[in-house]
Design a protein around this ligand. Structure first.
Ligand code: SAM
Length: 247
């Protein structure tokens, strides 16, 4: 590690360089990202006949790769070259770019996944607009992020950063956490109706992880959106929605 994470300001991208060789340490500082990546699997539709394209916005070390169904070309965008290097090692096509300025034409991807990125950006609406722009008509958008609640600050920052399986210290700036209603409205502005659900670690598996620092923890769905939450939606033409078409 080049520098202790504790010396970085919150949400400093250089933290990912500090931890560049830890992405695939399944019991290490990114353990929970592995659990969350596994939970996205059931939200990704099967690839269309003949193959499909999936964009992984802010792909980090490519932890989604083992959970992408067969038949997709998996493209990953990130701002950190060392993370992209890891992602390319697991079959992700790496593209160095900002989530707020995606270097792809409108409607390029059948599926766009934006996992654990929206709570790291200053302009959520701008990133949502880019996600929506590069998603094909009838394409699927999958997101997960953290709610801007006292509970999320407590469980994922104040306490969570001190627990095994919690986020790396100073990884998050809670000022950037995202209200679920705001996220829903941002996507709705682009013809995508998000269905949201909360995510929490399975309690027994999590206790086992805390005690042994080993093993995967399944993420369970919950109706509670006050901490970690996920959403899925399909892009419909805005005109059709305005005319009363099904979202
Ligand atoms: C918490 S990690 C999530 C990585 C991955 N999506 C996952 O769930 O395993 C956040 C990632 O977002 C990237 N990132 C942060 N801001 C970004 C931006 N504006 N554009 C692209 N990537 C960004 C970081 O480099 C890091 O890899």
């Amino acid at each position: 590690m080049a520098a202790g994470n504790g010396r970085r300001r919150r949400n400093d991208l250089r933290q990912y360089d500090d931890l560049a060789d830890r992405w695939w340490d399944v019991d290490g500082p990114f353990a929970a990202l592995h659990w969350i990546a596994a939970a996205r699997r059931e939200l990704i539709p099967p690839a269309p006949p003949g193959g499909g394209s999936l964009l992984d916005v802010a792909c980090g070390g490519g932890l989604l790769a083992p959970h992408v169904p067969a038949g997709y070309a998996h493209v990953g965008v990130d701002l950190v070259a060392s993370a992209l290097h890891q992602a390319s090692g697991v079959g992700v096509r790496p593209v160095l770019a900002d989530a707020g300025a995606l270097p792809f034409r409108e409607g390029t991807f059948d599926v766009v996944v934006a996992g654990e990125i929206l709570e790291h950006v200053a302009d959520v609406e701008a990133v949502v607009a880019e996600i929506a722009r590069v998603t094909a008509a009838d394409g699927t958008v999958i997101v997960d992020t953290i709610a801007d609640t006292v509970w999320a600050r407590l469980s994922l920052v104040t306490v969570g950063e001190r627990l095994p399986g919690g986020p790396p210290p100073r990884c998050h700036d809670p000022e950037l956490f995202v209200d679920p209603g705001r996220l829903r409205r941002a996507f709705a502005d682009h013809g995508i109706t998000l269905t949201l659900h909360g995510l929490r670690p399975a309690p027994l598996a999590y206790v086992r992880f805390v005690l042994t620092r080993r093993g995967s923890v399944p993420m369970r769905r919950t109706a509670n959106l006050s901490g970690l939450y996920a959403g899925v939606g399909v892009k419909r033409p805005l005109a059709a929605m305005a005319a009363g078409g099904r979202p």
